[in-house]
Design a protein around this ligand. Structure first.
Ligand code: G3P
Ligand code: CA
Length: 483
Protein backbone atom coordinates (compact mmCIF):
# COMPACT_ATOMS: atom_id res chain seq x y z
CA UNK A 1 0.00 0.00 0.00
CA UNK A 2 1.29 3.47 -0.88
CA UNK A 3 2.74 5.48 2.01
CA UNK A 4 1.38 3.24 4.76
CA UNK A 5 4.39 3.68 7.05
CA UNK A 6 5.85 6.85 8.51
CA UNK A 7 9.55 7.14 7.60
CA UNK A 8 11.71 7.22 10.71
CA UNK A 9 15.18 6.81 12.15
CA UNK A 10 15.70 3.26 13.40
CA UNK A 11 19.03 3.90 15.08
CA UNK A 12 22.08 6.09 14.43
CA UNK A 13 22.39 6.66 10.69
CA UNK A 14 19.90 3.91 9.69
CA UNK A 15 16.39 4.89 8.53
CA UNK A 16 13.21 3.17 7.38
CA UNK A 17 11.97 4.64 4.09
CA UNK A 18 9.71 1.91 2.69
CA UNK A 19 6.17 0.60 2.93
CA UNK A 20 4.60 -2.11 5.06
CA UNK A 21 4.69 -4.57 2.15
CA UNK A 22 8.11 -3.65 0.79
CA UNK A 23 10.76 -2.45 3.21
CA UNK A 24 13.46 -0.03 2.09
CA UNK A 25 16.22 1.18 4.37
CA UNK A 26 18.59 4.10 4.00
CA UNK A 27 22.02 4.50 5.54
CA UNK A 28 23.47 8.01 5.72
CA UNK A 29 27.19 7.34 5.33
CA UNK A 30 28.25 10.99 5.56
CA UNK A 31 29.46 10.76 1.96
CA UNK A 32 26.17 9.93 0.34
CA UNK A 33 23.24 7.61 0.98
CA UNK A 34 23.00 3.85 0.56
CA UNK A 35 19.54 2.41 -0.09
CA UNK A 36 18.84 -1.23 0.68
CA UNK A 37 15.99 -2.45 -1.53
CA UNK A 38 13.94 -0.36 -3.92
CA UNK A 39 10.41 -1.68 -3.35
CA UNK A 40 7.80 -2.00 -6.10
CA UNK A 41 7.74 0.29 -9.12
CA UNK A 42 4.57 1.91 -7.74
CA UNK A 43 6.12 2.51 -4.30
CA UNK A 44 9.38 4.06 -5.54
CA UNK A 45 7.74 7.49 -5.12
CA UNK A 46 7.06 6.63 -1.47
CA UNK A 47 10.78 5.99 -1.00
CA UNK A 48 11.58 9.36 -2.61
CA UNK A 49 8.99 11.17 -0.48
CA UNK A 50 10.15 9.37 2.66
CA UNK A 51 13.71 10.56 2.06
CA UNK A 52 12.40 14.12 1.65
CA UNK A 53 10.29 13.84 4.81
CA UNK A 54 13.46 12.93 6.68
CA UNK A 55 15.29 15.93 5.16
CA UNK A 56 17.22 14.02 2.51
CA UNK A 57 17.33 14.26 -1.27
CA UNK A 58 17.06 11.20 -3.52
CA UNK A 59 19.85 12.75 -5.61
CA UNK A 60 22.24 11.88 -2.76
CA UNK A 61 21.58 8.14 -3.06
CA UNK A 62 24.87 6.75 -4.37
CA UNK A 63 24.34 3.01 -4.05
CA UNK A 64 21.24 0.82 -4.17
CA UNK A 65 21.74 -2.71 -2.78
CA UNK A 66 19.10 -5.25 -3.80
CA UNK A 67 18.58 -8.19 -1.46
CA UNK A 68 17.06 -10.33 -4.21
CA UNK A 69 15.39 -9.94 -7.57
CA UNK A 70 11.68 -10.32 -6.72
CA UNK A 71 9.49 -7.41 -7.81
CA UNK A 72 8.85 -6.08 -4.29
CA UNK A 73 12.58 -5.47 -3.82
CA UNK A 74 13.79 -4.53 -7.29
CA UNK A 75 11.05 -3.07 -9.48
CA UNK A 76 11.50 0.42 -8.00
CA UNK A 77 15.10 0.58 -9.25
CA UNK A 78 14.62 2.28 -12.66
CA UNK A 79 12.64 5.17 -11.13
CA UNK A 80 15.11 5.63 -8.28
CA UNK A 81 18.13 5.46 -10.58
CA UNK A 82 16.52 7.95 -12.98
CA UNK A 83 16.28 10.43 -10.07
CA UNK A 84 19.60 9.67 -8.39
CA UNK A 85 22.04 8.14 -10.88
CA UNK A 86 22.88 5.60 -8.15
CA UNK A 87 24.85 2.42 -8.84
CA UNK A 88 22.89 -0.78 -8.37
CA UNK A 89 24.32 -3.88 -6.65
CA UNK A 90 22.76 -7.36 -6.76
CA UNK A 91 23.69 -11.03 -7.22
CA UNK A 92 23.77 -12.04 -10.89
CA UNK A 93 21.66 -15.17 -10.35
CA UNK A 94 18.55 -13.01 -9.90
CA UNK A 95 18.77 -11.21 -13.25
CA UNK A 96 15.94 -13.45 -14.43
CA UNK A 97 13.43 -11.45 -12.38
CA UNK A 98 14.47 -7.93 -13.36
CA UNK A 99 12.32 -5.60 -15.41
CA UNK A 100 13.95 -2.83 -17.40
CA UNK A 101 17.44 -2.76 -15.92
CA UNK A 102 20.54 -4.75 -15.06
CA UNK A 103 22.69 -4.18 -11.97
CA UNK A 104 25.90 -2.18 -12.36
CA UNK A 105 27.78 -4.39 -9.92
CA UNK A 106 27.25 -8.11 -9.34
CA UNK A 107 27.63 -8.93 -5.67
CA UNK A 108 29.46 -12.09 -4.67
CA UNK A 109 29.65 -13.90 -1.38
CA UNK A 110 31.88 -12.04 1.07
CA UNK A 111 32.00 -8.78 -0.87
CA UNK A 112 32.25 -5.54 1.06
CA UNK A 113 30.53 -2.36 -0.11
CA UNK A 114 32.09 0.81 1.32
CA UNK A 115 30.85 4.38 1.30
CA UNK A 116 31.71 7.13 3.80
CA UNK A 117 31.52 5.78 7.35
CA UNK A 118 29.84 2.52 6.35
CA UNK A 119 31.14 -0.87 5.32
CA UNK A 120 28.53 -3.48 4.37
CA UNK A 121 29.42 -7.17 4.39
CA UNK A 122 27.41 -9.00 1.73
CA UNK A 123 26.79 -12.74 2.15
CA UNK A 124 25.28 -14.91 -0.54
CA UNK A 125 22.41 -16.74 1.21
CA UNK A 126 20.39 -18.46 -1.54
CA UNK A 127 17.14 -20.36 -1.09
CA UNK A 128 14.25 -17.93 -1.37
CA UNK A 129 15.86 -17.14 -4.73
CA UNK A 130 19.20 -18.25 -6.14
CA UNK A 131 20.65 -14.78 -5.69
CA UNK A 132 19.63 -13.73 -2.17
CA UNK A 133 22.21 -11.47 -0.52
CA UNK A 134 22.20 -10.69 3.19
CA UNK A 135 23.77 -7.50 4.54
CA UNK A 136 25.67 -6.75 7.76
CA UNK A 137 27.03 -3.39 8.91
CA UNK A 138 27.76 -1.30 11.99
CA UNK A 139 25.51 1.53 13.10
CA UNK A 140 26.71 4.04 15.65
CA UNK A 141 24.29 5.67 18.03
CA UNK A 142 25.87 8.21 20.37
CA UNK A 143 28.74 6.43 22.07
CA UNK A 144 27.60 2.94 21.14
CA UNK A 145 28.12 0.89 18.00
CA UNK A 146 25.79 -1.96 17.09
CA UNK A 147 25.96 -4.67 14.46
CA UNK A 148 22.94 -4.51 12.13
CA UNK A 149 21.93 -7.39 9.92
CA UNK A 150 19.34 -8.27 7.30
CA UNK A 151 18.42 -11.71 5.96
CA UNK A 152 17.79 -10.89 2.31
CA UNK A 153 15.16 -13.54 1.56
CA UNK A 154 13.32 -15.23 4.41
CA UNK A 155 9.96 -16.21 2.89
CA UNK A 156 9.30 -19.94 2.44
CA UNK A 157 6.04 -19.85 0.45
CA UNK A 158 8.14 -19.26 -2.63
CA UNK A 159 9.69 -22.69 -2.03
CA UNK A 160 6.39 -24.54 -2.42
CA UNK A 161 6.53 -26.96 -5.33
CA UNK A 162 3.54 -25.31 -7.03
CA UNK A 163 5.28 -21.92 -6.88
CA UNK A 164 8.60 -23.32 -8.12
CA UNK A 165 6.74 -25.08 -10.96
CA UNK A 166 4.98 -21.86 -11.93
CA UNK A 167 8.17 -19.84 -11.95
CA UNK A 168 9.88 -22.14 -14.46
CA UNK A 169 10.30 -25.56 -12.85
CA UNK A 170 12.87 -24.20 -10.42
CA UNK A 171 14.72 -26.88 -8.42
CA UNK A 172 13.35 -28.23 -5.14
CA UNK A 173 16.98 -28.23 -3.97
CA UNK A 174 16.55 -24.53 -3.22
CA UNK A 175 15.01 -25.74 0.03
CA UNK A 176 18.34 -27.29 1.00
CA UNK A 177 20.08 -24.06 0.00
CA UNK A 178 17.72 -22.15 2.27
CA UNK A 179 18.58 -24.36 5.25
CA UNK A 180 22.31 -24.05 4.52
CA UNK A 181 21.89 -20.27 4.37
CA UNK A 182 20.17 -20.25 7.77
CA UNK A 183 23.13 -22.15 9.19
CA UNK A 184 25.50 -19.60 7.73
CA UNK A 185 23.46 -16.65 9.03
CA UNK A 186 23.45 -18.12 12.53
CA UNK A 187 27.19 -17.43 12.54
CA UNK A 188 26.63 -13.67 12.30
CA UNK A 189 26.24 -11.55 15.40
CA UNK A 190 23.29 -9.21 14.98
CA UNK A 191 22.15 -6.67 17.56
CA UNK A 192 19.83 -4.65 15.32
CA UNK A 193 17.73 -6.95 13.15
CA UNK A 194 16.75 -5.17 9.94
CA UNK A 195 13.71 -6.75 8.28
CA UNK A 196 13.49 -6.97 4.54
CA UNK A 197 9.78 -7.20 5.20
CA UNK A 198 8.31 -5.22 8.06
CA UNK A 199 6.62 -8.30 9.55
CA UNK A 200 9.99 -10.04 9.91
CA UNK A 201 11.27 -7.65 12.57
CA UNK A 202 7.96 -6.03 13.56
CA UNK A 203 9.09 -2.67 12.19
CA UNK A 204 5.74 -0.94 12.68
CA UNK A 205 5.18 -2.14 16.25
CA UNK A 206 8.71 -1.08 17.23
CA UNK A 207 8.18 2.33 15.65
CA UNK A 208 5.02 2.73 17.74
CA UNK A 209 6.90 1.65 20.87
CA UNK A 210 9.56 4.26 20.16
CA UNK A 211 6.86 6.91 19.81
CA UNK A 212 5.34 5.87 23.12
CA UNK A 213 8.68 5.69 24.94
CA UNK A 214 11.63 7.38 23.16
CA UNK A 215 14.03 6.37 25.95
CA UNK A 216 14.06 2.71 24.87
CA UNK A 217 15.04 1.56 21.38
CA UNK A 218 13.29 -1.79 20.74
CA UNK A 219 15.40 -2.37 17.64
CA UNK A 220 18.37 -3.13 19.89
CA UNK A 221 17.85 -6.77 20.71
CA UNK A 222 20.60 -9.39 20.79
CA UNK A 223 18.25 -12.40 20.75
CA UNK A 224 15.87 -11.50 17.97
CA UNK A 225 18.12 -12.59 15.09
CA UNK A 226 18.61 -16.14 16.33
CA UNK A 227 14.95 -16.51 17.25
CA UNK A 228 13.95 -15.32 13.79
CA UNK A 229 16.28 -17.78 12.04
CA UNK A 230 14.86 -20.64 14.13
CA UNK A 231 11.37 -19.56 13.12
CA UNK A 232 12.39 -19.53 9.47
CA UNK A 233 13.58 -23.12 9.77
CA UNK A 234 10.39 -24.22 11.52
CA UNK A 235 8.29 -22.50 8.86
CA UNK A 236 10.10 -24.28 6.05
CA UNK A 237 9.67 -27.65 7.73
CA UNK A 238 6.01 -26.93 8.35
CA UNK A 239 5.49 -25.87 4.75
CA UNK A 240 7.11 -29.08 3.46
CA UNK A 241 5.06 -31.23 5.83
CA UNK A 242 1.79 -29.50 4.95
CA UNK A 243 2.58 -29.76 1.25
CA UNK A 244 3.24 -33.49 1.56
CA UNK A 245 -0.26 -33.99 3.02
CA UNK A 246 -2.13 -31.58 0.73
CA UNK A 247 -0.55 -32.78 -2.50
CA UNK A 248 0.03 -36.43 -1.60
CA UNK A 249 0.00 -38.61 -4.74
CA UNK A 250 -1.68 -42.00 -4.71
CA UNK A 251 -0.18 -43.39 -7.93
CA UNK A 252 -2.03 -46.35 -9.40
CA UNK A 253 1.01 -48.54 -10.08
CA UNK A 254 0.74 -49.80 -13.67
CA UNK A 255 -2.87 -48.83 -13.00
CA UNK A 256 -4.90 -50.77 -10.47
CA UNK A 257 -2.64 -53.71 -11.24
CA UNK A 258 -3.69 -55.80 -8.25
CA UNK A 259 -7.03 -56.29 -9.96
CA UNK A 260 -6.64 -55.58 -13.68
CA UNK A 261 -4.18 -56.43 -16.51
CA UNK A 262 -1.27 -54.12 -15.73
CA UNK A 263 -0.38 -51.10 -17.88
CA UNK A 264 -3.62 -51.31 -19.89
CA UNK A 265 -6.51 -48.89 -20.19
CA UNK A 266 -8.62 -51.21 -18.07
CA UNK A 267 -6.07 -50.91 -15.31
CA UNK A 268 -5.54 -47.15 -15.63
CA UNK A 269 -9.26 -46.30 -15.71
CA UNK A 270 -9.91 -48.55 -12.75
CA UNK A 271 -7.08 -46.86 -10.87
CA UNK A 272 -8.72 -43.46 -11.35
CA UNK A 273 -12.13 -44.86 -10.42
CA UNK A 274 -10.56 -46.12 -7.19
CA UNK A 275 -9.51 -42.59 -6.27
CA UNK A 276 -5.89 -42.56 -7.46
CA UNK A 277 -4.72 -39.02 -8.23
CA UNK A 278 -1.68 -40.28 -10.12
CA UNK A 279 -0.73 -42.99 -12.59
CA UNK A 280 2.58 -44.83 -12.82
CA UNK A 281 3.59 -46.65 -15.99
CA UNK A 282 6.62 -48.10 -17.80
CA UNK A 283 7.98 -47.13 -21.21
CA UNK A 284 9.92 -49.45 -23.49
CA UNK A 285 10.40 -49.84 -27.25
CA UNK A 286 9.15 -52.46 -29.71
CA UNK A 287 11.36 -54.07 -32.39
CA UNK A 288 10.01 -51.58 -34.93
CA UNK A 289 10.59 -48.58 -32.70
CA UNK A 290 7.19 -47.77 -31.13
CA UNK A 291 7.08 -46.65 -27.50
CA UNK A 292 4.71 -48.88 -25.56
CA UNK A 293 3.75 -49.23 -21.90
CA UNK A 294 5.06 -52.54 -20.66
CA UNK A 295 6.87 -53.46 -17.48
CA UNK A 296 8.82 -56.69 -18.12
CA UNK A 297 11.45 -57.17 -20.81
CA UNK A 298 9.71 -60.45 -21.72
CA UNK A 299 6.10 -61.32 -22.50
CA UNK A 300 5.39 -64.50 -20.53
CA UNK A 301 4.33 -63.20 -17.10
CA UNK A 302 1.36 -61.10 -18.17
CA UNK A 303 0.51 -61.99 -21.79
CA UNK A 304 -0.23 -65.04 -23.94
CA UNK A 305 2.93 -64.31 -25.98
CA UNK A 306 6.53 -65.44 -25.61
CA UNK A 307 10.01 -63.97 -25.88
CA UNK A 308 11.52 -60.51 -25.57
CA UNK A 309 9.31 -57.45 -26.05
CA UNK A 310 11.97 -55.65 -28.09
CA UNK A 311 12.14 -58.57 -30.54
CA UNK A 312 8.47 -58.17 -31.49
CA UNK A 313 6.93 -55.59 -33.78
CA UNK A 314 4.10 -53.39 -32.62
CA UNK A 315 1.64 -55.34 -34.83
CA UNK A 316 2.76 -58.63 -33.29
CA UNK A 317 2.38 -57.26 -29.79
CA UNK A 318 -1.09 -55.93 -30.58
CA UNK A 319 -2.25 -59.45 -31.34
CA UNK A 320 -1.54 -60.47 -27.74
CA UNK A 321 -3.76 -60.22 -24.68
CA UNK A 322 -2.66 -58.91 -21.33
CA UNK A 323 -4.43 -60.85 -18.58
CA UNK A 324 -5.18 -60.53 -14.88
CA UNK A 325 -7.86 -62.21 -12.74
CA UNK A 326 -9.79 -63.23 -15.85
CA UNK A 327 -9.78 -59.69 -17.30
CA UNK A 328 -8.15 -59.04 -20.70
CA UNK A 329 -6.94 -55.93 -22.48
CA UNK A 330 -4.42 -54.82 -25.12
CA UNK A 331 -0.97 -53.26 -24.86
CA UNK A 332 -1.07 -49.44 -25.06
CA UNK A 333 1.37 -47.03 -26.73
CA UNK A 334 2.72 -44.04 -24.80
CA UNK A 335 0.99 -41.70 -27.23
CA UNK A 336 -2.39 -43.43 -26.87
CA UNK A 337 -1.99 -43.16 -23.11
CA UNK A 338 -1.19 -39.45 -23.31
CA UNK A 339 -4.16 -38.81 -25.64
CA UNK A 340 -6.50 -40.27 -23.02
CA UNK A 341 -4.92 -39.05 -19.79
CA UNK A 342 -2.67 -36.02 -20.35
CA UNK A 343 -5.51 -33.51 -19.98
CA UNK A 344 -6.62 -34.92 -16.65
CA UNK A 345 -5.77 -33.49 -13.26
CA UNK A 346 -3.39 -36.28 -12.34
CA UNK A 347 0.29 -36.61 -11.53
CA UNK A 348 2.23 -39.01 -13.71
CA UNK A 349 5.24 -41.19 -12.94
CA UNK A 350 6.67 -42.24 -16.27
CA UNK A 351 9.37 -44.86 -15.81
CA UNK A 352 12.03 -45.31 -18.50
CA UNK A 353 12.49 -49.08 -18.71
CA UNK A 354 14.65 -49.62 -21.76
CA UNK A 355 17.68 -47.82 -23.17
CA UNK A 356 17.21 -45.33 -26.00
CA UNK A 357 13.67 -44.18 -25.18
CA UNK A 358 14.70 -40.92 -23.54
CA UNK A 359 14.51 -38.50 -26.46
CA UNK A 360 11.23 -39.70 -27.93
CA UNK A 361 9.61 -39.91 -24.50
CA UNK A 362 10.69 -36.32 -23.89
CA UNK A 363 9.21 -35.20 -27.21
CA UNK A 364 5.89 -36.91 -26.57
CA UNK A 365 5.58 -35.61 -23.01
CA UNK A 366 6.34 -32.14 -24.28
CA UNK A 367 3.82 -32.48 -27.12
CA UNK A 368 1.10 -33.25 -24.56
CA UNK A 369 2.09 -30.45 -22.16
CA UNK A 370 3.06 -32.78 -19.33
CA UNK A 371 5.80 -30.61 -17.78
CA UNK A 372 4.02 -29.58 -14.60
CA UNK A 373 2.34 -32.91 -13.86
CA UNK A 374 5.06 -35.46 -14.45
CA UNK A 375 8.04 -37.06 -12.79
CA UNK A 376 10.11 -39.06 -15.25
CA UNK A 377 11.80 -41.84 -13.30
CA UNK A 378 14.22 -44.70 -13.68
CA UNK A 379 16.36 -47.13 -11.74
CA UNK A 380 19.05 -46.27 -14.28
CA UNK A 381 20.83 -42.98 -13.62
CA UNK A 382 22.17 -42.91 -17.18
CA UNK A 383 18.61 -42.85 -18.60
CA UNK A 384 17.78 -39.98 -16.27
CA UNK A 385 20.88 -38.07 -17.24
CA UNK A 386 20.04 -38.45 -20.94
CA UNK A 387 16.37 -37.58 -20.46
CA UNK A 388 17.30 -34.42 -18.54
CA UNK A 389 19.63 -33.42 -21.38
CA UNK A 390 16.73 -33.59 -23.85
CA UNK A 391 14.13 -32.11 -21.53
CA UNK A 392 15.62 -30.04 -18.69
CA UNK A 393 12.20 -28.52 -18.02
CA UNK A 394 10.87 -31.84 -16.65
CA UNK A 395 11.25 -33.02 -13.07
CA UNK A 396 12.95 -36.39 -12.75
CA UNK A 397 13.06 -39.00 -10.01
CA UNK A 398 15.55 -41.75 -9.17
CA UNK A 399 14.27 -45.17 -8.09
CA UNK A 400 16.72 -46.79 -5.72
CA UNK A 401 17.14 -49.19 -2.84
CA UNK A 402 20.20 -47.63 -1.26
CA UNK A 403 20.63 -43.99 -0.39
CA UNK A 404 23.63 -42.23 1.11
CA UNK A 405 25.03 -38.73 1.19
CA UNK A 406 27.20 -39.30 -1.86
CA UNK A 407 24.20 -40.37 -3.92
CA UNK A 408 22.22 -37.33 -2.80
CA UNK A 409 25.03 -35.02 -3.98
CA UNK A 410 25.20 -36.83 -7.32
CA UNK A 411 21.43 -36.58 -7.77
CA UNK A 412 21.48 -32.93 -6.92
CA UNK A 413 24.21 -32.28 -9.50
CA UNK A 414 22.06 -34.05 -12.11
CA UNK A 415 19.04 -31.89 -11.27
CA UNK A 416 17.04 -34.80 -9.80
CA UNK A 417 14.12 -33.46 -7.75
CA UNK A 418 12.57 -36.68 -6.54
CA UNK A 419 14.00 -39.50 -4.51
CA UNK A 420 12.13 -42.79 -4.89
CA UNK A 421 13.23 -45.11 -2.07
CA UNK A 422 11.97 -48.64 -1.57
CA UNK A 423 8.98 -48.55 0.77
CA UNK A 424 10.65 -50.89 3.25
CA UNK A 425 13.46 -48.34 3.72
CA UNK A 426 11.19 -45.47 4.68
CA UNK A 427 11.05 -43.98 8.16
CA UNK A 428 9.71 -40.57 9.23
CA UNK A 429 13.27 -39.55 10.20
CA UNK A 430 14.66 -40.42 6.76
CA UNK A 431 11.80 -38.66 4.98
CA UNK A 432 12.46 -35.52 7.02
CA UNK A 433 16.19 -35.68 6.20
CA UNK A 434 15.53 -36.21 2.47
CA UNK A 435 13.04 -33.36 2.46
CA UNK A 436 15.64 -31.15 4.12
CA UNK A 437 18.13 -32.23 1.46
CA UNK A 438 15.73 -30.77 -1.10
CA UNK A 439 13.98 -33.84 -2.51
CA UNK A 440 10.41 -34.89 -3.05
CA UNK A 441 10.05 -38.37 -1.55
CA UNK A 442 7.95 -41.00 -3.35
CA UNK A 443 8.06 -44.66 -2.37
CA UNK A 444 7.86 -47.78 -4.54
CA UNK A 445 7.57 -51.48 -3.70
CA UNK A 446 4.49 -51.14 -1.46
CA UNK A 447 3.73 -54.82 -0.96
CA UNK A 448 1.16 -54.75 1.84
CA UNK A 449 -1.44 -52.53 3.43
CA UNK A 450 0.73 -52.27 6.51
CA UNK A 451 3.62 -50.90 4.40
CA UNK A 452 1.19 -48.57 2.62
CA UNK A 453 0.05 -47.11 5.94
CA UNK A 454 3.62 -46.77 7.18
CA UNK A 455 4.71 -44.91 4.04
CA UNK A 456 1.76 -42.53 4.21
CA UNK A 457 2.35 -41.84 7.90
CA UNK A 458 6.07 -41.22 7.32
CA UNK A 459 5.29 -37.90 5.60
CA UNK A 460 6.35 -39.00 2.10
CA UNK A 461 4.93 -37.12 -0.91
CA UNK A 462 3.45 -40.16 -2.60
CA UNK A 463 3.71 -43.85 -3.37
CA UNK A 464 2.99 -46.23 -6.20
CA UNK A 465 0.50 -48.83 -5.10
CA UNK A 466 -1.20 -51.75 -6.89
CA UNK A 467 -4.35 -51.32 -4.77
CA UNK A 468 -5.10 -47.57 -4.92
CA UNK A 469 -8.61 -48.17 -3.52
CA UNK A 470 -7.10 -49.15 -0.17
CA UNK A 471 -4.85 -46.12 -0.10
CA UNK A 472 -7.76 -43.83 -1.00
CA UNK A 473 -9.71 -45.25 1.92
CA UNK A 474 -6.78 -44.87 4.30
CA UNK A 475 -6.11 -41.26 3.31
CA UNK A 476 -9.79 -40.42 3.70
CA UNK A 477 -9.75 -41.64 7.27
CA UNK A 478 -6.28 -40.37 8.18
CA UNK A 479 -5.96 -37.21 10.29
CA UNK A 480 -5.63 -34.31 7.86
CA UNK A 481 -6.71 -36.54 4.94
CA UNK A 482 -7.88 -35.06 1.66
CA UNK A 483 -11.61 -35.39 2.34
O1 G3P B 1 7.15 -46.94 -8.47
C1 G3P B 1 8.05 -47.35 -9.39
C2 G3P B 1 7.98 -48.81 -9.57
O2 G3P B 1 7.21 -49.05 -10.68
C3 G3P B 1 9.30 -49.42 -9.72
O3 G3P B 1 9.25 -50.76 -9.77
O4 G3P B 1 9.33 -52.88 -10.90
O5 G3P B 1 7.23 -51.68 -10.81
O6 G3P B 1 8.99 -50.85 -12.24
P1 G3P B 1 8.68 -51.57 -11.00
CA1 CA C 1 7.44 -49.05 -12.96
Amino acid sequence: MLGDMIPFRIIGNLYFVGTYGASSHMIDTGKGLILIDAGYEETADVVIESLETLGYDVKDVKYILISHGHDDHSDGVPKLVARSGAKVFMHEADNRYLKGFLPDVYLKDGDTVRLGNTEILCLHTPGHTAGVMSFFFNVTDGESTYRAGMFGGAGVNQLKKAYLDKKGMLPLSWRADYLASLERLRGERVEVFVGNHSWNNRTREKFEQMQADPTVNPFINRDEWGIFLDKCEAKLENMIETESRETFVNYAHRGASEYMPENTFLSFYNGIAMGANGIETDVRRTADGKLILFHDSTLERVTDGQGRVDEHTYAELMSLNVEKNGFYDKIVTLEEFLQRFAFRELTFAIELKGAGVEEETAELLRKYGMEKKTFVTSFNLEYIRKFKEYAPEFRVGYLTKEIDGELLSELRALGVDELCPKASEITPEKVRAWHRAGFNVRAWGVDSEETMRRVYDSGANGMTVNFPDKLTEYIKNAVGGRE
